[in-house]
Design a protein around this ligand. Structure first.
Ligand SMILES: [Zn+2]
Length: 235
């Protein structure tokens, strides 16, 4: 039996069991084991892991841990995306998908996606996988993913905006909340007969989803989202 001492950054504490939240703890194991495997045995997906050190030296995820090693685990730093990030969300995150689409971000979401499909779409389409399912993120082929901490959709949105530095990519009111398709401008006259009387009275600027036909205007939902964006910017 071999034993290594693990030191996880405080940021990991919500992901670790109570007895592993101290400054350091010993982990015993048999045979050759990669640091990735040992960390994932503690239910921390590899997508959450940032810089790693063994005995003060930088190491990669495939490092084979030796008896007596001191392993330091730091969280992954917020990612500055060079191109507009795109997402795929698991089937429990419908409200988060709507929030992200409201910000204009490209989010694939279907309530009936199963785990193999989600993993496949994430890899083949280079989409960041958002989920609260740790086992899903532990799949070897997933390289871009984030484990949501909160159960609350607005808190989840904050987490994702911070994790992927999304402020620069926000383009509100340009994507369909229902089906993710980019919206097009449409004249009020063209949609007049589909509008409720108060909407007709108060709004002039309309957009339509060419895929599903949904009409959008800057109503109360939009104002609430603007406030949320302002709050996030200040944070
Ligand atoms: Zn649509």
């Amino acid at each position: 039996m071999k034993t290594a001492r693990f030191h996880f950054d405080d940021e990991f504490h919500p992901l670790l069991s109570r007895d592993k939240r101290s400054d350091g703890f010993d982990l015993s194991f048999r045979g050759p084991q990669s640091v990735k495997h040992l960390i994932e045995s503690l239910r921390v997906p590899h997508t959450e892991i940032g810089p790693l050190k063994a005995n003060g030296e930088s190491i990669g995820l495939d490092y084979l841990v030796h008896d007596g090693d001191q392993i330091e685990v730091r969280p992954d730093a917020p990612e500055v995306c060079q191109t507009e990030p795109r997402f795929v969300l698991d089937g429990h995150l419908g409200r988060l998908a709507a929030h992200l689409r409201m910000l204009g971000l490209d989010c694939l979401y279907r309530s009936d996606y199963d785990d193999p499909e989600l993993a496949k779409v994430s890899v083949s389409d280079d989409r960041i996988l958002l989920t609260r399912d740790r086992l899903l993120l532990m799949q070897k082929r997933i390289t871009r993913g984030y484990l949501l901490r909160s159960l609350d959709p607005e808190e989840q949105l904050r987490e994702v905006v911070k994790r992927y530095q999304l402020i620069q990519w926000i383009k509100p009111f340009c994507r369909c909340l229902r089906c993710n398709h980019p919206l097009e401008s449409i004249s009020k006259e063209a949609v007049l007969e589909r509008l409720e009387p108060l909407t007709k009275f108060y709004f002039e600027d309309f957009r339509i989803c060419p895929a599903c036909g949904q009409i959008y205007w800057k109503g109360s939902h939009y104002e609430r989202m603007q406030k949320l964006i302002e709050q996030i910017r200040k944070e």
